[in-house]
Design a protein. Structure first.
Length: 248
């Protein structure tokens, strides 16, 4: 904090111009010290390592699959090349991948261009599209194979080629739903111990390739803002968490 009385004593006898000049130097030094001190509070984190692309074989093209949606498709390319996708992989526009709002990661979907009959199989590894009235964002390679690079968009049908949505936790494929995750434990008893402290929470077992984890969730929200509001309310009660999209 600056001592005004001290400044008055320090610069008595100087002209107004000299006082202004001296004060400007003083404020520069003060600002520099604040910047230096603030730099010490910055956290340094390691760059996130991208997930390895899983080895997943596409089903035979002769398999009929199940039609799940019909609507407008778009594609995304160079602007996003190399960025991390929603499942942690590195986006490669020259692979047959796509972004969908709710389908499980690694779902294989056949995308058929209804204007020309061309189709391509893609693996879901990202979330989107973020533009309204679109149901899937294709990689550049996938878009090229069904003739939609030039137009940019096309009306398509989506045919699910693997898995089933019979027990899906998402009510509407076009509408993402969110929850608040409050904990993740290998020990099931610890997950239920936390859940018992938070009325309305639930425990769900998540199977990974190597082991099973037990996660504590609270609520199901269609609006992300409401999920964030509930997260803040829980934090004020001493329970830290974060908002995440519910996966099928």
């Amino acid at each position: 904090m600056l001592d005004v009385k001290y400044i008055g004593q320090k610069f008595s006898g100087y002209s107004l111009q000299r006082v202004a000049q001296k004060l400007s130097y003083l404020f520069i030094i003060l600002a520099a010290s604040m910047v230096i001190s603030s730099c010490g509070t910055l956290s340094r984190t390691k760059d996130t390592e991208p997930e390895k692309t899983p080895e997943i074989d596409f089903p035979d093209a002769g398999i009929p699959g199940k039609k799940i949606e019909e609507g407008m498709a778009s594609w995304y390319g160079p602007k996003f090349q190399g960025r991390l996708t929603a499942n942690g992989e590195q986006y490669d526009m020259d692979q047959l991948t796509a972004a969908h709002r709710t389908l499980p990661f690694n779902s294989i979907v056949r995308v058929q261009n209804l204007a020309n009959g061309e189709s391509v199989m893609v693996r879901i590894n990202d979330r989107g599209p973020f533009a309204k009235n679109r149901i899937i964002d294709l990689s550049r390679k996938a878009a090229r194979q069904i003739g939609m690079i030039g137009p940019g968009t096309a009306k398509v049908a989506l045919i699910l080629m693997n898995g089933s949505l019979e027990h899906s936790s998402v009510a509407d494929l076009k509408t993402p739903t969110y929850t608040v995750q409050l904990g993740s434990f290998r020990d099931e008893s610890k997950a239920f111990e936390l859940s018992r402290k938070i009325r309305g929470s639930r425990v769900k077992a998540i199977n990974h390739s190597k082991d099973t984890v037990h996660r504590v969730y609270y609520g199901t929200f269609i609006e992300k803002a409401k999920a964030r509001q509930k997260k803040q309310e829980l934090r004020e009660r001493g329970f830290n968490g974060y908002v995440k999209q519910i996966q099928n």
